[in-house]
Design a protein around this ligand. Structure first.
Ligand code: F6P
Length: 592
């Protein structure tokens, strides 16, 4: 190994732990810090981008080193998980008039939906009554697109929870807020604390409680931190907090990535362990929880053992975006939701159009099983079935576009083949992600999530939507994002950032005092604002914006895709069928 390699590895190792230092960006909670590992991700090659994402994701599983932060495997975290799992177990044994509610905003709400659906399905398969329900700020349409303003409303959160649980005797409420920051969730937790006879609140997030958000919430007397402090007073009996640190996100604040993955790992572990205990007449143990979480750690390793293929996919998706093409995920089974979730997040995170990266699920809303049912009447953006893909996208599909198929050994391969042939007539740029016999649905979902997060993030990095490791084309659609926007502006400029942002929001050159003196949440009605134009204005005086915001030069894609590799041990295959027609013949073999 060359000396340079060793130097780089050494600096990567020290960068891995650097964020834990109390001096590292002390003004930010962990979930908003910039990850030292990815400070140059905007200049990295596709292979290096994947390597950096893998290193960031590895931080989720880092062992407890006795520093300030508790981690996924810390005793304190596992103990709380155990207590929550036992509460779920009791509900499963005696489900009459009981409910387990999972709730969150944005990705956290989408994952709440994914898990509630998955575990209700498991109950139905056993001819049991369902006990899970979900709440997402903004309602079901927020499952597919960003409606982030509702995140700021604690009263709305509270009222939605109260309505959903009317007449219930016992409710386990699981509020997910990766940043310990969403007022919508804070309102719900506070409501639970006020009604301990019925509600037991659980908070899931990835900051220490001392870093919970301190900003006042509109029309509410408490801050998120004060609600958390009240929960702490009841901790372990009437309230639970599960908040390991998983390190800063690869793209600062993008909690859809590690925050989302860790939410899925923690909650699926708790719920799956509770199901096993309740239906085999055993009890949840610490060991069971640890084993399940280690299973997810293996999923992480197996997935990134396909880094070269992921990098190829990311590169081709990046090229599609750079030349105005689209990236379509066509999924079967529960992977469909993973695809829809990943695609929906690109709009607020990268200022993307809904057509840039778009998900389709084989059975459409029938497969979704969401509370509000079929949403297609809301417009083309809500058309999510494969038949919608065939009628709306396929006719104009070309080699500029990238199509990725996601399916598992449980899906109808005949159906996949049919789709392959139809897509193949229009584009040679077709790939597939296939999961074979080993593993379970939850693991396949996590694996797919990691791949899709890498593809959508990496392709937008290649498109020039990231500066260093900051999103610079985000939509400023709620107070958290308003503050994030301010901090991003401060990364490189001492310009009067608040003023610049407000001028852009209100489209004025002079700011009246009622605007400058209003709090962040008062500006929500004026969103969304084209943040790139704000940031460009601020930077213009100081920097060469051409250099900063000019999308990266399209790269030449090396079209020497390695032959399909079948990793029999883990049975995860990432096929790359670009562009040789012979490779696509591999698809039918999957039915064997
Ligand atoms: O405000 C937007 C957003 O940051 C989404 O991107 C994210 O999924 C959501 O808020 C929820 O954040 P949290 O889980 O920290 O409450």
């Amino acid at each position: 190994r060359s000396l340079t390699m060793e130097k780089r590895d050494f600096s990567e190792i020290s960068d891995t732990c650097k964020w834990e230092s109390p001096d590292y960006e002390p003004w930010f909670p962990v979930s908003e810090k910039s990850n030292p590992l990815t400070r140059d991700i905007d200049k990295s090659s596709p292979n290096h981008i994947v390597r950096l994402l893998a290193a960031c994701d590895a931080q989720m599983f880092q062992k407890d080193t006795g520093t300030t932060y508790q981690r996924l495997f810390s005793d304190s975290v596992v103990l709380t998980m155990l207590e929550v799992a036992r509460t779920v177990e009791q509900i499963l044994r005696d489900p009459e008039d009981s409910l387990v509610v999972l709730s969150g905003c944005g990705t956290s709400g989408r994952l709440a939906f994914l898990m509630a659906s998955c575990f209700n399905r498991a109950l139905r398969d056993r001819q049991q009554n369902t006990v899970y329900s979900y709440i997402i700020a903004g309602g079901d349409r927020a499952l597919l697109t960003s409606l982030e303003a509702s995140e700021d409303d604690p009263k709305l959160g509270m009222l939605t929870l109260e309505k959903l649980c009317e007449g219930k005797r016992r409710v386990l409420f699981i509020g997910i807020s990766c940043g310990l920051s969403a007022p919508f969730v804070a309102g719900q937790l506070d409501f639970c604390l006020k009604h301990p006879d019925i509600y037991t609140p659980v908070l899931v997030g990835f900051n220490p409680v001392t870093q919970a958000r301190e900003e006042t919430m509109p029309g509410y007397s408490l801050t998120f931190r004060e609600v958390v402090q009240r929960m702490e007073e009841q901790r372990g009996q009437r309230a639970f907090i599960i908040n390991p640190a998983v390190g800063p996100e690869a793209i600062s604040g993008s909690s859809r990535m590690k925050g989302g993955s860790a939410t899925k790992i923690l909650l699926e572990t708790i719920l799956a362990a509770a199901h096993t205990a309740a239906f085999t007449n055993t009890h949840v143990t610490r060991r069971v929880l640890l084993d399940m979480m280690r299973g997810y750690e293996r999923v992480y390793s197996v997935t990134y053992s396909h880094s070269d293929q992921i990098a190829t996919l990311l590169q081709t998706a990046g090229l599609s975006l750079q030349c105005g093409g689209r990236v379509c995920y066509l999924s079967w089974g529960s992977l469909g939701l993973v695809g829809l979730i990943d695609a929906s997040e690109c709009i607020p995170t990268f200022g993307a159009d809904y057509e840039d990266i778009r998900g389709f699920i084989s059975g459409g809303y029938q497969d979704m099983d969401n509370i509000e049912g079929d949403l297609t009447s809301l417009g083309s953006q809500f058309c999510i079935a494969h038949e919608d893909f065939v009628s709306l996208v396929l006719p104009t599909l070309s080699d500029r576009d990238t199509v990725l198929l996601l399916y598992t050994c449980h899906d109808d391969v005949g159906d996949v083949e049919k789709m392959v042939h139809r897509v193949r007539e229009k584009t040679s740029n077709l790939h597939s992600l296939y999961h074979g016999l080993e593993g379970d649905t939850a693991q396949w979902e996590l694996s797919s999530k990691l791949v899709l997060n890498a593809v959508s993030t990496g392709s937008h990095v290649l498109k020039g939507k990231i500066y260093r490791n900051h999103m610079v084309d985000l939509q400023v659609t709620n107070s958290k994002l308003y503050h994030r926007a301010i901090h991003i502006l401060q990364v490189r400029t001492h310009a009067r950032t608040h003023e610049a942002l407000l001028k852009a929001i209100y489209h004025v050159e002079q700011l009246p005092e009622d605007i400058t003196s209003a709090g962040a949440s008062c500006h929500n009605d004026y969103h969304p604002v084209a943040f790139t134009s704000v940031i460009r204005k601020c930077f213009e005086r100081h920097y060469d914006t051409q250099q900063l915001y000019h999308p990266r030069h399209p790269r030449t894609i090396p079209i020497n895709i390695p032959p399909q590799q079948i990793h029999r041990r883990h049975n995860l295959k990432l096929h790359s069928t670009l562009p040789s027609p012979t490779l696509i013949r591999g698809i039918p073999q999957l039915s064997k």
